[in-house]
Design a protein around this ligand. Structure first.
Ligand SMILES: [Zn+2]
Ligand SMILES: [Zn+2]
Length: 150
């Protein structure tokens, strides 16, 4: 069953699978997007499925108002907040920002892998598991490399 949304800017209706943005209390369509074509074209391929890779801010896309990252299985988009720490007023230490930013990217990619494996509802909904994999992955990768396991 297709769920239709109405663009609050132009009034056009579009289904959940097309590119969409949530701004100022409503959805806007891809024609009314605040993003440039270059931003719209950036994609990562997750197990054969393209996900739009969008590095943006909560001001531009309010889906990031309550989270620093967002992965949507319907529209196949991964959103990454570029102005992290702004919301929670944590001191803007550059190293912390980088560590957090890279962690958010890994975390959202793990969500997408679970989605595309058909395990989004089972494991992808388990934030503790997703976070654990995202934190441990670089350490696992390092050992894989050390023992020629790749
Ligand atoms: Zn529109
Ligand atoms: Zn998550």
């Amino acid at each position: 069953m297709e769920e239709l949304r109405k663009c609050i800017r132009c009034g056009k209706e579009f289904d959940m699978s097309s590119m969409q943005y949530y701004v100022n209390g409503g959805f806007i369509c891809s024609d009314c997007t605040p993003y440039t074509q270059e931003e719209k074209d950036k994609k990562v391929n997750i197990l054969g499925t393209d996900y739009r890779w969008i590095e943006t801010t909560a001001e531009k896309d309010s889906r990031l108002e309550d989270a620093d990252g967002y992965c949507t299985n319907y529209a196949k988009e991964i959103l990454i907040e570029t102005e992290i720490f702004k919301k929670d007023q944590v001191p803007k230490i550059e190293e912390q920002r980088m560590v957090r930013s890279k962690f958010i990217k890994r975390h959202e990619i793990i969500h997408a892998f679970f989605n595309e494996s058909g395990l989004g509802d089972k494991y992808g909904a388990d934030e503790e598991l997703v976070t654990w994999i995202a934190w441990q992955f670089p350490k696992i990768l390092k050992i894989y490399q050390e023992v020629d396991a790749l």
